[in-house]
Design a protein around this ligand. Sequence first.
Ligand SMILES: [Zn+2]
Length: 221
Amino acid sequence: MDLREPAVKSKNRRGCLLFLGASGYDARVVAAVLSIALASGAPRPLVDAVRVVPGLRLDIRYATARNITGRPLYAAGRCLLLPETAAALARVQARLVRSRRRLLVWDCYRPPSAQRALWKIFPHPGWVADPRTGSNHERGTAVDLTLADASGRPLLMPTDFDSFDPRARQGATRGIPREALENRERLRAAMRAEGFITIRKEWWHYDLPGARSHPILDVPL
Ligand SMILES: [Zn+2]
C-alpha cells in the first residue's frame, strides 16, 4: 500500500441534484448537467443494491454494534454501490439462485468518516485501509459478503466477518471444515466468474478490477 498516493475527495452529485431541484431548474436542465458531469468523468451516484440485485440479503454489520469496533460506524443498513458493481453482483446472484443460494452482504459503500473511525480503532494496514490512501469501499467498488440458503440463513464459512484468524485467508485450509471450504469456493467461483477479484487476507472481500481509478465518494449513510 503506497501511503503517498493522494486521496481524491469529491462530493457525490446527489447533493448537486438536490441543489438544482430546490433552485427551480427544469428537470431537462438537471439531466443535461448530469450527462455533462458523466462525460467529464465526475463522480457518479451510487445505487441501492437491493433495487438492482433481486433477493439480496443484508446484514450490514457497521450499521450495528456487531463489528470489530463494538459500535455502529454509520446509521443506515444499506448497500450502496457504483452501478457497475451492483450490476456485477446481480449477475452473481443469478448464478447462485440456480443452486438455491443467495448473497448475504456485510458491507458495501463505506463513508470516509467510517473509514477514519475504523482506522482509529484498528490501524493495521493489510486489514484496514489507511484513510490517507482510502478503501475501495469508499469508492463503491468493493463488497464484503457471504452465502445464505434460499431462506436467508447464512451458510457455514471458514470464519465470521472481519476475523483476523489465519483461517480468514483466501486459500486457507487448515482447521476449516470441508463444508466451509466448499461454501467459500462456491462464493469465490461465482464472484470471479462475473469479474470480481479477491484479496489475500479476507475471504469475504471482493473488488471490481481497476477500483483505484474511481474517486473516493463522500456520501452520508
Ligand atoms: Zn471489504
